[in-house]
Design a binder for this molecule. Structure first.
Ligand SMILES: Nc1ncnc2c1ncn2[C@@H]1O[C@H](COP(=O)(O)OP(=O)(O)OP(=O)(O)O)[C@@H](O)[C@H]1O
Ligand code: NI
Length: 367
């Protein structure tokens, strides 16, 4: 069931000014505030605009889910926040990232002071996070000690506790094991435990629940909810719409390096508004993904990135920029970057199409 940590006070609306601002003096400044983030990747075949003007915010206690097909730029967005995107080939072209009043991309800011401490990061590929030559216990203890001055024994106890909390059986014994002694799914959970060891204010988690069975997934989601209730902010990337339904306060839908739709989870699931969101949800049968299309390399670099495939595309979709974010059905917190929402008549048709196509099934879980 979607939680309501921030339902009464969303951090974003159709107006960009709402989310950003002079954070130090403003009590209502979000924990994380990202504006116009651009990260391009230089490849043999040219420059990929992996992230091309992304804006969003995450508040304390709030779960924001980033969804979108393979190659849409979700991981590069996450990795750009604390500058851990591999560079080269990536180049952070622009944008600002403010975290609890500190501008992360300022030259003077030492990003290492935030990574793995106040901002935890679970990589899509846990190989990046775990060091093969140390036991997971040693890595957890190190992460615990970044944050707290504790005795070795207390850090050790905390390491065991964390392993147990992410659902590793026999944590007392397993803490002695090396990363390669764990399965892929378990390594991902160990990486989550490491990311949580420093009690981060913000957890950025890229597919943390893939390759785990339903029981473990339920346990992980319960853990995330507990941490959210304690005030942690969460930016979660997932292809699993059930995870979105059960975790997210708000959803960001990404396509071609841009955010094409955003809003409270109920609104986006009940009234997917951008034609891309509609196509994305159509590729699911309820919560089950029917197909995972390979990443594409033919996304336009201007105008609406989805226009080449959009059944509703018109001349106005050709640019120069991704269309502004328009309120959907009068809800200023639910926006779609689609010219049809600039005028209500055609937008109504699009929403009617979405309803005819059927909901994603979020109601099933709502009680
Ligand atoms: N190291 C790299 N070298 C070249 N291109 C890259 C690299 N990393 C990412 N890209 C490109 O950047 C774009 C965004 O990739 P990203 O990994 O952010 O997608 P994603 O939304 O996380 O996809 P997935 O759901 O498959 O994880 C893609 O076009 C991808 O091919
Ligand atoms: Ni990814």
């Amino acid at each position: 069931m979607p939680t309501d940590h921030s339902a009464s006070r969303p951090t974003e609306s159709a107006s960009a000014e709402t989310a950003s601002g002079d954070t130090e003096s403003d009590d209502h400044a979000p924990l994380l505030d990202v504006t116009d983030l651009r990260t391009h990747i230089h490849t043999d075949r040219g420059t990929v605009r992996a992230v091309d003007g992304v804006r969003f915010a995450v508040d304390r206690g709030e779960a924001v889910c980033l969804v979108g097909e393979s190659g849409s730029g979700k991981s590069v967005t996450c990795e750009s926040l604390t500058g851990i995107v591999p560079s080269p080939p990536a180049e952070m072209i622009g944008g600002s990232v403010s975290f609890d009043g500190t501008s992360l991309h300022d030259r003077e800011t030492d990003l290492r002071a935030f990574r793995g401490d106040r901002i935890g990061h679970v990589f899509q590929n846990p190989q990046h996070a775990l060091d093969p030559v140390y036991t997971v216990g040693a890595q957890l203890v190190e992460a615990v000690e970044i944050h707290r001055e504790v005795s070795d024994e207390a850090a050790r106890d905390r390491a065991v506790e964390l392993l147990g909390r992410v659902g590793i059986p026999n944590p007392v014994e397993r803490v002695e094991d090396y990363p390669h002694e764990f399965s892929g799914g378990m390594r991902q959970r160990v990486a989550l435990a490491v990311a949580l060891a420093a009690d981060p204010d913000l957890l950025v988690a890229d597919e943390p629940t893939t390759a785990v069975d339903a029981t473990v997934q339920a346990r992980l989601l319960a853990l995330l909810r507990e941490l959210l209730d304690d005030g942690m902010g969460l930016l979660l990337v997932t292809h699993d719409l059930r995870v979105v339904a059960e975790t997210a306060d708000r959803v960001l839908v990404m396509f071609g390096g841009t955010i094409v739709e955003r809003g409270p989870v109920e609104a986006v699931f009940e009234r997917p508004a951008h034609p891309y969101t509609q196509a994305l949800f159509d590729s699911y049968d309820g919560f089950a993904r029917r197909s995972d299309r390979p990443a594409r390399d033919d996304v336009p670099e201007d105008g609406c990135r989805f226009r080449a495939e959009c059944p509703h595309a018109i001349e106005a979709c050709s640019g120069p920029d991704q269309p502004p974010e328009y309120a959907v059905a009068g809800d200023e917190y639910h926006t779609a970057s689609c010219v049809y929402y600039a005028e209500d008549r055609r937008a109504d048709d699009l929403l009617a199409d979405a309803r005819a196509a059927g909901p994603t099934g979020i109601e099933e879980d709502d009680d």
